[in-house]
Design a protein around this ligand. Structure first.
Ligand SMILES: NC(=O)c1ccc[n+]([C@@H]2O[C@H](COP(=O)([O-])OP(=O)(O)OC[C@H]3O[C@@H](n4cnc5c(N)ncnc54)[C@H](O)[C@@H]3O)[C@@H](O)[C@H]2O)c1
Length: 249
């Protein structure tokens, strides 16, 4: 049987991949045979991560259209046409809605939602011309189940779920699959303020049926599947990787 999960020879761009979930997904895609390209807004951590993995790294801000257009053209000229895009970069600016400065609302929507649109569209233009592409947007369990303090983030991630459907609807005829992954709570820098709080840590472990936080490696199998021929008839879906959390009250 040919390996339907192989990414051999495919160019895969992962945004926000200097660290955290994006970095682990990029590693997994490299192991599956992809020519991986890292990218991040932080050039220092990006260069270190790219050197460590032995792959190219391109610094750009996903919410800046001019930077995105330039970077995508440069990657396609220097590495090759992008076959796989993982829209992973994301941030938090935590406040209760009642106190949230409007700039914190706008910044999180701008990066977490508009960034996926801007990079997705820039990469999809080439994919449409080539009639092939796999786009994976990183949503969150918070698209479905919200918590106080992160109303901006939850709105952005809810938007990712419907943006995924819109991209799948408009770009399907060009051979592009678009899906989203909704992680539960994973141990990364983004969730450090939560995992270092003993009460929150105990709450996660008591609520998640699998009784633990997600390990970033837990996302690799699904990410590789959604980037590979194994998912050729799956599009517009958000698949949650949450240790079973959404199954129970
Ligand atoms: N960690 C979790 O539990 C969890 C759960 C659900 C969803 N997510 C989502 O997964 C994604 C990755 O999260 P993480 O936990 O690895 O976070 P992280 O903070 O460890 O890594 C995010 C990376 O994105 C980069 N980045 C931030 N803004 C950027 C921008 N404007 N342009 C380009 N790069 C930018 C950062 O420099 C950083 O390297 C995010 O979209 C996040 O919302 C994470």
């Amino acid at each position: 049987m040919t390996d339907i999960f192989s990414l051999e020879g495919r160019v895969a761009l992962v945004t926000g991949s200097a660290q955290g979930l994006g970095n682990v997904i990029a590693r997994g895609m490299k192991e599956a045979g992809a020519k991986v390209v890292l990218s991040d807004v932080n050039p220092t951590t990006l260069q270190a991560a790219a050197a460590e993995l032995g792959v190219p790294g391109y610094a750009f801000d996903i919410s800046n259209e001019a930077q995105v257009t330039e970077a995508v053209a440069k990657i396609e000229a220097e590495v090759g046409p992008i076959d796989i895009l993982v829209n992973n970069a994301g941030i938090h600016k935590r406040n209760l809605l009642i106190d949230m400065p409007v700039e914190n609302w706008r910044k999180v929507i701008d990066v977490n939602l508009s960034g996926a649109f801007i990079v997705g569209r820039a990469v999809a233009r080439g994919m449409i011309a080539r009639k092939y592409g796999k786009i994976i947007n990183i949503a969150s369990i918070n698209a479905m189940m919200v918590r106080p303090n992160i109303g901006n983030y939850c709105a952005a991630k809810g938007g990712i779920v419907t943006l995924t459907k819109s991209m799948a609807t408009e770009w399907g005829e060009f051979g592009i699959n678009v899906n989203a992954i909704g992680p539960g709570y994973f141990l990364t820098d983004l969730t450090k303020p939560l995992s270092e709080d003993p009460e929150f840590d105990a709450w996660v472990k008591s609520e998640v049926p699998l009784r633990r936080w997600g390990d970033p490696k837990d996302l690799v199998g699904l990410a590789v599947m959604l980037a590979s021929p194994a998912s050729n008839y799956i599009s517009g879906q958000t698949i949650y990787v949450d240790g079973g959390w959404q199954a129970c009250l």
